[in-house]
Design a protein around this ligand. Sequence first.
Ligand code: S3P
Length: 435
Amino acid sequence: MKNITILKNNQAFDLVCTDIAPDKSISHRCAMFSLLSDKPSKISNFLLGEDTLNSLNIAKQLGATIKREGGEVEITPPSKFGEPDDILDCGNAGTGMRLYAGLLAGTSGSFVLTGDKYLRHRPMKRVVQPLRSIGAEIDGREEGNLAPLCIRGSRLVPFRYKSPIDSAQIKSALILAGLHATGTSYYKETSLSRDHTERMLSGMGANVKKIDDLHSGKFGWIEIEPLSKPLDPLEMRVPADPSSGFFFAVGAAITPNAKVVIKNVTLNPTRIGAYKALESMGAKIEYIQKENLYEPIGDISVAYNGKLNAITVESNIAWLIDELPALSIAMAVAEGTSEIKNAKELRVKESDRIATVVNGLNACGVETLEVEDGYSVIGGEIKSATINSHGDHRIAMSFAIAGLLDGMIIEDVACIDTSFPNFFDILSQITEIKK
Ligand code: S3P
């Protein structure tokens, strides 16, 4: 088990981050969606994290030819998906497993999706059940809830599905299945989750669109037409990941006179909810849009602006779900009691993030109150402690950032490589680290 010690940072910093990890959600989708074209896709700045390299490897097992130099990747799709002669290993990635389940459910062949010990304990019924209801043949442990998942691609019927959970992974799995169904399908969620799938697939020529026609009675639905021909290839540079940049945003917001600029990051509204929350806690934040490639991209600057105020986070949870552990570090040093509500999805992330955040904060001397779908954090001081990541990259990085204030030992940091392999290189520009 690899541990790391972060020493307390004694001074302000002014950091311009040009090398925040490329976006994980978009990189996964680049690997998968390239398979739906008949021409090579060219991706630059692909995330070289374990999760997304696993997705790329699965694309290769399905017959794609991959040429890669660093983050420059060319993916030439096969003329027909091959039936892989081995299992498909998604590693730690829920996105990898759930989206590939949707993609493969309607693809002829037999496929086994598996993952690491953490992923094999995360719920898959949320995609397996709606996919089965449209004709997919999928099985797994606990009646299909736990991986390994065995999929025999089959004929899928069109669907009209209202998801009980606002989840981009469920939505994307169903959209990918809908592309292989025998007619037009419809999908609805209560409030919008990240929409990279809709943006990228429609940019590639798929008929995946939001229906905003009140008269049709389908307001808020996504309409998915089955593929009638191969899609256009992708040609794109993956923007920086706002979820990865957010660790340093919190670092700047809690360190007197510090500032950070996160360059070339996606400004997709469904991804920057945590920055908006940090802004309403009092941090000074600016968004500078520079281009639009499937979605708005630009720079975010975050500056210390005095002591933060407490906040209640209870709506549009999907827009900041991944950043809640790091936001909790800001809550722990804010004035007053902050609350997170309606966030029971945190319990089924890479770890039970309600338990791992609350226990970690308690170890740092911060008072909390845990409930089933969230927790309260009583603002005060964060003290140095030893925190185990529980194999969860975002827990490891959130408490590493908290270490700027009084030092921290993080146990089991290898998981950080799933999403942000150069995290400690950037952190070492603002404080001392002992490996
Ligand atoms: C993701 C969707 C979210 C998010 C995950 C990435 C995606 O999960 O937490 O890190 O790329 O679609 P859910 O769909 O389970 O909310």
